[in-house]
Design a protein around this ligand. Structure first.
Ligand SMILES: [Mg+2]
Length: 332
C-alpha cells in the first residue's frame, strides 16, 4: 500500500520513512504542502497520506481542505501530524478534513495502529464504491447480453436529441426484431435461446460505430441510437445489420442456426424539438411494416410519421406568428 508523507523537518521525515518502510509501505515522500498537493493530484496517487501541519508554502491544513474540496474518488485518508496538541487544534484539523490526528513526538505503535485504522476505512470505502458501480451497471444493462437496457437507451436517445439540437445535426433510431426467434427456444431449448441472444448482441455490437448505443429493448427486440445520422445513412446502417445476420447463421455450441433481422428506421433532423417517445413509436410502426412485408427487411418511417415526431421550436413558432401578423414581430 502506497503512503504519502509530507514533512518539512528532515529528521522527522527520516524517522517516518524508516518506520513505514519497515512496515512494508511503499512511500511517496514530499517536503512541503505544495509538493504534497501536487503528488495527490497525480493519477494513481497514494490513498493514505501523513501530513505535517506546519510546513512552508502550504500547510497540512490547506492540503486537507483542497483534497476535500476536490471531492474526487478514490477517497484519500489523511492523518495529520503536528506538534500542536491542544483540543482546539484537533477540532480545527478534523474540520479541515483530516480523518485522524497524531501529536509529535509520536509513538511508533500508535502510528502503526492508526495507519491500520485508515486502511480499514479505505477498504470499506473501496467495497462501497464497487458495490455502487455494480448496482449502476445492473440498473442500466441487460444481464443476459451485457447490452444497455431499455431505460438507459431511451435516456441516451433523449440526450442525443438534445445534443443534435445544439449542433444542428441529426439522430436516427433503428428498432430491430429477430424474425421468428421463438422457434429457437421451441426447437433447441432456452439455454440455446440465451446463447443465441448473446451471439446476436455480439454481432450487433461489431456492426455499429463505437459511439452508437445498442440496447436490448425487449425479449428479442433491439434498439440502436445513432447520433449524427440522417435517414439515408440510417437505412444503410440498417441494411448492414440485416446483412450481417442474413449472410451468416448464428454459431452456437451445438448448432448453426439461420436467423434474420427485421428493422424499422426513423431519423430526425433536429432543427425542431423531436420527442424520443414519438421517434420510438414511428420506428416501431416501420418495424411492423417490415414484418408484414415478409421479414428480413429494413423499412423507413414515412415523411408523415416523421413529421409527427417534431414539435415546433420557439424560433419557428415566432416565424409562423410573424407571417400571420403581416411581418410584425410579436410583443412576446
Ligand atoms: Mg513542520
Amino acid at each position: 500500500m502506497k503512503v504519502l508523507i509530507a514533512e518539512d523537518d528532515p529528521v522527522s521525515r527520516r524517522v517516518l520513512e524508516g518506520f513505514l518502510t519497515n512496515w512494508g509501505y511503499e512511500l511517496v515522500i514530499t517536503q512541503d504542502g505544495e509538493e504534497a498537493w501536487q503528488a495527490l493530484a497525480q493519477e494513481d496517487a497514494p490513498q493514505l497520506a501523513i501530513l505535517d501541519w506546519m510546513m512552508p508554502r502550504m500547510d497540512g491544513l490547506e492540503v486537507c481542505r483542497r483534497v476535500r474540496e476536490r471531492n474526487a474518488e478514490p477517497y484519500v485518508y489523511i492523518l495529520l501530524l503536528t506538534a500542536k496538541s491542544q483540543k482546539q487544534d484537533v477540532v480545527e484539523g478534523i474540520n479541515a478534513g483530516a480523518d485522524d490526528y497524531l501529536s509529535k513526538p509520536f509513538d511508533a505503535g500508535e502510528l502503526q495502529a492508526r495507519l491500520r485504522a485508515g486502511r480499514r476505512i479505505l477498504a470499506l470505502q473501496g467495497a462501497l464504491i464497487s458495490a455502487r458501480d455494480a448496482l449502476r451497471f445492473q440498473a442500466t444493462h441487460d444481464p443476459l447480453t451485457g447490452l444497455w437496457n431499455r431505460l438507459a437507451a431511451t435516456d441516451a436517445l433523449r440526450r442525443e436529441l438534445a445534443r443534435a439540437r445544439r449542433r444542428q445535426s441529426s439522430v436516427a433510431v433503428l428498432l430491430g426484431d429477430l424474425d421468428r426467434f421463438k422457434t429457437i427456444n421451441d426447437t433447441y431449448g432456452h439455454l440455446a435461446g440465451d446463447a443465441a441472444l448473446r451471439e446476436v448482441a455480439r454481432r450487433m455490437r461489431t456492426n455499429v460505430r463505437v459511439y452508437d448505443t445498442v440496447a436490448r429493448y425487449g425479449g428479442e427486440e433491439f434498439l440502436f441510437v445513432l447520433p449524427d445520422c440522417d435517414m439515408e445513412a440510417a437505412l444503410e446502417q440498417g441494411e448492414r445489420l440485416r446483412q450481417a445476420f442474413d449472410r451468416e447463421p448464428l454459431d452456437l455450441p451445438d448448432a448453426r442456426i439461420p436467423q434474420t433481422l427485421s428493422l424499422g428506421v426513423a431519423s430526425v433532423d433536429a432543427k425542431a424539438e423531436a420527442l424520443a417517445e414519438e421517434m420510438l413509436r414511428v420506428a416501431d410502426q416501420a418495424l411492423y411494416r417490415a414484418k408484414e412485408r415478409g421479414r428480413n427487411r429494413v423499412e423507413p418511417a414515412s415523411e408523415a410519421e416523421l413529421a409527427r415526431c417534431l414539435t415546433l421550436s420557439p424560433r419557428e413558432g415566432e416565424a409562423r406568428h410573424r407571417k400571420r401578423n403581416g411581418g410584425r414581430r410579436s410583443a412576446a
